[in-house]
Design a protein around this ligand. Structure first.
Ligand SMILES: C[S@@+](CC[C@H](N)C(=O)[O-])C[C@H]1O[C@@H](n2cnc3c(N)ncnc32)[C@H](O)[C@@H]1O
Length: 321
């Protein structure tokens, strides 16, 4: 359901219910069940047959929800958190930077809450494979169940400590993209040598610069090249018009400011007149009586740093080991 899109909701489908900007609730549609939200009650029976994307009114005539088709991006916003997760600003950059595409073979450790696994699974499609490793047993079992429920047929999850026991499983991996979101990726890197394709790209996701340092040393020692560390910082740009002022405009503006300073000294009557003349100086953005130019302004930085992303490549014929 994450890589095949369909139009109409059937019983048993996973629907991501958009309740508000901050609340998206995953539900499996089941006859007889009711979704209770602070914005009203919604009968599953009435969801069956509706199109994905429909705005559904609440039973008592107030409130509404949207019934959305699952996507990796929406799943990332709605999944049950069992760990820290990778969010879309990072995962989308990593996917394009590592040139992930239909048919790619991914090695991922650890699986965690499976947030990134869904994005990998959709990108590589049924021609590719995702080999995901998780050493925490309850998390492994939860993720395995979820991948089965979500029909991620191209994803194989293994319960394994990759730092001690490596990545070999009883099928050929031949991974061309590796993603390590582990506390100590440098311990896993030497084990990759036997499971990667002739050419491979790696990304190690680490919150601390000390981890980056150790990771870079391990990458170099194992023949990885083009090592580069990147940090994703999301910024929001505001675009608006700025008035192109003529000399006359500027003089009027200065007079207005001077008038404001004098304002405290002038009579009440004059003050009234002055205020109304100031009001008339307020011009709506884009007013056709004035000239405008397009400008952009950087809003205060959004807090988006999650981790440092260390990228590298390896061509096995250049293997220095
Ligand atoms: C931060 S989480 C990964 C989150 C994941 N990238 C996501 O988007 O949901 C890190 C995971 O790595 C697992 N882990 C840590 N060391 C490991 C190891 N040596 N082998 C396998 N998994 C490991 C942890 O149990 C944890 O679930």
């Amino acid at each position: 359901m994450f890589y095949h899109y369909k139009n109409v909701i059937d019983e048993g489908d996973l629907v991501l219910v958009f309740i508000s900007r901050t609340t998206i609730k995953p539900i499996y549609v089941k006859k007889g069940e009711i979704l209770n939200t602070r914005y009203g009650h919604y009968l599953h029976d009435k969801m069956i047959g509706l199109k994905f994307g429909t705005q559904m009114p609440g039973e008592k005539g107030y409130g509404f929800i949207h019934l959305l088709h699952p996507t990796p991006e929406l799943w990332t916003l709605s999944l049950p958190h069992r760990t820290q997760i990778v969010y879309t600003p990072d995962s989308s950059y990593i996917l394009q930077r590592l040139n992930a595409k239909c048919g790619s073979r991914i090695i991922e450790a650890g699986t965690g809450s499976g947030s990134f696994t869904h994005a990998f699974a959709r990108t590589v499609g049924l021609k590719g494979k995702v080999f995901s490793f998780e050493f925490h047993e309850p998390r492994y079992l939860e993720a395995k169940k979820e991948f089965e429920e979500h029909n991620l047929k191209n994803t194989i999850i293994t319960h394994r400590d990759v730092c001690n026991d490596g990545f070999n499983i009883d099928m050929e991996i031949n991974g061309d993209i590796i993603f390590l979101d582990l506390p100590s990726p440098w311990e896993a890197i030497p084990h990759l040598n036997t499971v990667i394709a002739n050419q491979a790209g790696i990304c190690c996701f680490s919150p601390c610069i000390e981890q980056v340092d150790r990771t870079v040393k391990a990458l170099e020692a194992n023949g990885w090249v083009n090592i580069e560390m990147v940090e994703i910082n999301v910024k929001r740009w505001e675009a608006r018009k700025d008035m192109k002022r003529s000399v006359v405009d500027v003089i009027n503006r200065i007079k207005s400011i001077q008038g404001k300073k004098l304002n405290n000294k002038i009579s009440k009557e004059d003050s009234k007149n002055f205020k109304s003349s100031r009001k008339s100086l307020k011009v709506k953005e884009g007013d056709e009586n004035f000239k405008w130019t397009e400008v952009t302004k950087l809003e205060t930085e959004l807090k988006s740093h999650t981790s440092y992303l260390t990228f590298a490549n390896k061509i096995c014929s250049l293997n220095i080991q």
